[in-house]
Design a binder for this molecule. Structure first.
Ligand SMILES: [Fe+2]
Length: 586
């Protein structure tokens, strides 16, 4: 049985193919179109999934969409009418788009795919819940979903048992933690629905001096984690603005422009909203733990990418075991709806457990070599053993490597297949990678990838964190051993790597440990600032030559920047060659 799940038309469009209950492929549209957070119909991702499953559209038994457009439209109509005439302008802008496009989504999907049967739809937060519980290792678990907004729900509590999910409670729009965090993201000069993790990264530089003000004026938080926002400060339910003049007056300065330098007060604001978000998430999780009386927790929804808050839930909520969907944002909705159709609606027993996030396109050595030959590029071919030894040796020499192997990751994190790797022992490496390679803000930390069996030796955590979704403290005696991946507050966003999940990356870590005694590497996503993670050999190569990367190791081939003549002009101009902008998989 072939089931295709689709999430689209808001942000992070994606597709997922499940065959006989097992995930075969998932991918985000942005990886193909090179348009970050692409929200368009994921035709490239769909075509890739079908190709991977060796099927055509006519072989699909069911197609599912991750939310219910009519319910969403109802929420928008209700919010705009309730706020009329203040909502007049936004209403006029939104209405034609909804009438022409968004409420006809099932029709649009059928047309885009050439699919003739009905497209089934489930609620947005049910998709999030299913994306976590139905692929988790648990037969029974509490479920918590938190995001900006779906139809009406912005957070839900539920219980999953075998192939069934019951959502028991929901927090409703406009009282949304995701949107509250978005408002501060905007106020701090970052991009909404994209840069929230920058606010999280900035927070440890500040003091949470505005927390009391936020809790007094903006958020009325109850013990069970439910809360009401003071909508006097947030016009997003009837306009296109996240916050208003009253909000500016409350914090006494205008929003930071993205070009303005970051000052202490910005760091303090980031620290304050981060602390509030952690308190809300923790209260939600503790309440759910008491109500559900279960040891297992499944998390999903964009807000659960807040790995600092996740770390606190892990330590302080009372739950014993966790599964967080790595594509916790809306891309994961494609997995959720497909799994829900198979397991719950069609009442099939669960026969799949999510054990890695490597569900995207892969390129064979033959395809990589063809690309290298077509461009007449100098390269060295190596056996796997030499590849591993070379990578580890180059890293010990302070070289920074673009590492391109196997299938691409699904979700926002590079986990060792489309990664930039560097030596975490070098205290200057963070600045080198931020400034010369990724051209990004200097305050942003890098994550450590560590051999799973050594994680407790370096970090105050005793469970795996394979998807870089948990933050914990670096052990005091190890902070000066891995300065490039230790954040200013002594924390780190950890990725544990096991032999079974990613044998090749594990071997590089193991070899690096053999050479240095250190089982940790700096692992950051293989992309430049503002671009999606690379997908193809072309993307990898053009990112390599436009950055300060020293080596590119792609499949069985090693490229040395010193040998690449055309690299210089691109590093100077930082331009994206036309040919890397789009790729279509048919
Ligand atoms: Fe969502």
């Amino acid at each position: 049985m072939n089931i295709l799940g689709i999430s689209a038309f808001y942000h992070d469009s994606a597709a997922c193919l499940i065959q006989d209950g097992r995930i075969v492929a998932c991918a985000q549209e942005e990886r193909f179109t090179r348009n970050k957070h692409d929200f368009s119909f994921p035709i490239n991702a769909v075509n890739y999934c079908l190709k991977e499953g060796k099927i055509a559209v006519s072989d699909l038994d069911y197609v599912g969409f991750y939310e219910k457009p009519f319910l969403k439209f109802e929420r928008i109509l209700y919010s705009y009418l309730a706020n009329f005439p203040l909502s007049y302008k936004a209403f006029l802008k939104a209405l034609p788009f909804w009438l022409k496009e968004k409420i006809w989504i099932p029709h649009r999907i059928r047309k885009e795919l050439g699919y003739e049967k009905d497209v089934l739809m489930i609620e947005h937060h049910l998709s999030h819940a299913a994306s976590s519980f139905l692929v988790s290792p648990f037969r029974e678990a509490a479920i918590l979903t938190i995001d900006g907004v779906g139809e009406w729900a912005v957070a839900t509590y539920g219980i999953g048992r075998e192939n069934q999910i019951q959502l028991l409670k929901e927090q409703k729009f406009p009282h949304s933690l995701g949107l509250l965090y978005n408002a501060f993201t905007y106020y701090l000069g970052f991009q909404v629905n994209s840069d929230e993790y920058k606010v999280m990264g900035l927070a440890p530089y500040g003091r949470p001096v505005y927390t009391d003000l936020i809790c007094r004026e903006l958020v009325d938080l109850k013990e069970d984690g439910s809360f009401q926002l003071n909508m006097k400060y947030f016009p997003y339910d009837f306009s296109l603005s996240m916050m208003n003049q009253e909000f500016v007056d409350l914090f006494q300065t205008p929003p930071r422009l993205s070009s303005e330098p970051i000052q202490q007060r910005h760091m303090d604001l980031a620290a304050s909203i981060q602390k509030v978000a952690e308190e809300i998430m923790l209260k939600m999780a503790r309440h759910l733990c008491e109500e559900a009386g279960l040891p297992n927790l499944c998390l999903a929804g964009g807000v659960t990418l807040n790995c600092v808050a996740n770390g606190r839930i892990l330590r302080e909520s009372g739950f014993k075991n966790f599964f967080i969907q790595p594509a916790a944002g809306d891309a994961g909705g494609a997995v959720g709806v497909a799994a829900y159709l198979y397991c719950t609606l069609l009442n099939n027993p669960r026969n799949f457990v999510w054990e890695h996030a490597l569900w995207g396109p892969e390129f064979s050595d033959a395809e990589i070599e063809q690309f290298l030959k077509e461009r007449n590029l100098p390269y060295q071919e190596a056996s796997q053993a030499i590849l591993i030894a070379s990578a580890a040796r180059l890293l010990t020499q302070g070289k920074v490597i673009g590492w391109f192997q196997g299938r691409t990751e699904f979700g926002p994190r590079a986990l060792g297949n489309r990664s930039i790797l560097a030596d975490p022992r070098n205290s200057e490496m963070k600045d080198i990678v931020n400034k010369k390679i990724k051209f990004r803000e200097e305050f942003r930390p890098f994550a450590p990838a560590i051999l799973e069996e050594r994680v407790s030796d370096y970090f105050e955590i005793d469970c795996p964190s394979p998807y870089m979704l948990l933050v914990a403290q670096v052990r005091p005696d190890k902070k000066d051993k891995i300065p490039a991946v230790t954040h200013v507050d002594g924390s780190a966003r950890i990725q544990t790597v096991s032999q079974s999940e990613n044998g090749l990356f594990y071997s590089v870590l193991k070899e690096f440990e053999r050479l240095t005694g250190c089982p940790v590497l700096l692992n950051t996503s293989f992309n430049l600032k503002g671009e999606p993670i690379v997908c193809t050999p072309q993307d990898a190569y053009f990112t390599f030559i436009r950055s300060g990367l020293d080596y590119l190791i792609m499949g069985s081939y090693i490229l040395d920047k010193k040998d690449i003549k055309e690299a210089e002009q691109f590093v100077e101009k930082k331009v994206l060659p036309e040919e890397t902008k789009t790729i279509t998989i048919r």
